[in-house]
Write a protein that binds this ligand. Structure first.
Ligand code: DSN
Length: 411
């Protein structure tokens, strides 16, 4: 229908589908969701207004929307063993805003890892609401290991006495000890917030420890390792349930995106299946295989490897900037993002590193053997940067690999 009613947009959607089919998606925060998720997301629920929560709405006609949202809430609680779930946040940034509004007053101290060290804009960046509205104290990664140093975080927390400590990151390749963060929070009288957006699928599939038993509030997106629709949710202890719900609506958002909530319910349902466990475990196996192969090829990995779905390659010794590497790889059909590395001397627009993640390729069915191939393809481009012939050859091999592991066969 779209192709006749709006050929201009239809053509672009087809081109994007082709791009997703024919390139290697290595952006650590992306994934390819199922056809079922896409169908729910593109459903008539998009037409409904349902401000409020199930059975407490400001509009009529919500009998089916109520059931959809209730199912999504119950599935989220069951999947993560949570006391309370709110499935309405439109995005991870909004979920974090709601967590802060629920737990903090304006100007309260919030302790986080900075964006440059692997946090997120909403973890107190000066250009973000979080950095403007709260007094941000940043803890640092250990300068030697580039890993979390729990003892020094504890020392800082005891000195600073923040209202809340946030853990959970966008570019940290190692396991997070959430139990230790709870101890740190308790020892300094702080609340604990965990942003598990990146690792939610690993947590759901048992491939990373869960923050849910320990954190007061857990925020997450649904579209990363969890492989759902673009959107977010919040889990909390029962004692914070009312504040979380009130913070989000009417505090921040208006009408929920009921189509997204339906798609989140489908995603939670998929993540409860046994196959999802295998998927989550394979994401990590693939990341380790890719990391080992890259290190074997002479690349420096921040912290010396990975425990999760992503790795950070420090290109300093290779003499290539993150931006140049990203651009050259994109030309060859390898899609990833430049990233700051510890002690980076370049700006965030240039950077000295790359962030590489395996959720998409794992969704496509690739395993450790293919990860070695992918590492070698990356290496060929980076060691011949600027060589058009290499890029053309690698691009052909990328398309061949993609065709062996097709995405969206139905489309
Ligand atoms: N933009 C996401 C990422 O790439 O990690 C986080 O929101």
């Amino acid at each position: 229908m779209l192709s006749t009613s709006d050929p201009e947009i239809s053509k672009l959607l087809k081109s994007e589908l082709e791009r997703q089919k024919k390139t290697l998606g290595l952006i650590a925060s992306e994934n390819y969701c199922s056809m079922a998720v896409l169908q729910a997301q593109g459903s008539v629920l998009s037409n409904k207004y349902s401000e409020g929560y199930p059975k407490k709405r400001y509009y009529a006609g919500n009998q089916f929307v109520d059931d959809v949202e209730t199912i999504a809430i119950e599935r989220a609680k069951r999947l993560f063993g949570a006391e309370h779930a709110n499935v309405q946040p439109h995005a991870g940034a909004i979920a974090n805003l709601a967590a802060y509004v629920a737990l903090l007053e304006l100007g309260d101290k919030l302790m986080t890892l900075s964006l440059a060290q692997g946090g997120h804009l909403t973890h107190g960046s000066p250009v973000n609401f979080s950095g403007k509205w709260y007094k941000i104290i940043h803890y640092e990664l250990d300068p030697e290991t580039s890993m979390l140093n729990y003892d020094s975080i504890e020392k800082l927390a005891k000195e600073q006495k923040p209202k809340a400590i946030l853990c959970g990151y966008t570019a940290y390749p190692r396991t997070i000890d959430f139990k230790r963060f709870r101890e740190i929070a308790d020892s300094s009288g702080a609340l604990m917030i965990a942003d598990m957006a990146h690792i939610a699928g690993l947590v759901a599939g048992g491939a990373h420890p869960s923050p849910v038993p320990y954190a007061d509030v857990v925020t997450s997106t649904t579209h990363k390792t969890l492989r759902g629709p673009r959107g977010a949710f919040i889990l909390s202890k029962e004692k914070h349930a009312k504040s979380v719900d009130k913070a989000l609506f009417p505090g921040i958002q208006g009408g929920p995106f009921d189509h997204s909530i339906a798609a989140k319910a489908v995603c939670f349902g998929e993540a409860m299946k046994l196959e999802f466990k295998d998927y989550a475990i394979q994401i990590v196996k693939n990341a380790k295989a890719l990391a080992n192969e890259l290190m074997g090829l002479g690349y420096d990995l921040v912290s010396g490897g990975t425990d999760n779905h992503l790795m950070l390659v420090d290109l300093t010794r290779k003499g290539v900037s993150g931006k140049d590497a990203q651009d050259a790889l994109e030309k060859a059909g390898i899609i990833l993002n430049k990233n700051m590395v510890p002690k980076d001397t370049r700006s965030p627009f240039i950077t000295s590193g790359l962030r590489i993640g395996t959720p998409v390729l794992t969704t496509r069915g690739m395993k450790e053997g293919e990860m070695k191939d992918v590492a070698r393809l990356i290496d060929r481009v980076l060691t011949n940067i600027g060589d058009a012939g290499t890029i053309t050859k690698v691009k052909t091999e990328v398309v061949e690999l993609c065709e062996r592991f097709p995405a969206y066969k139905e489309l």
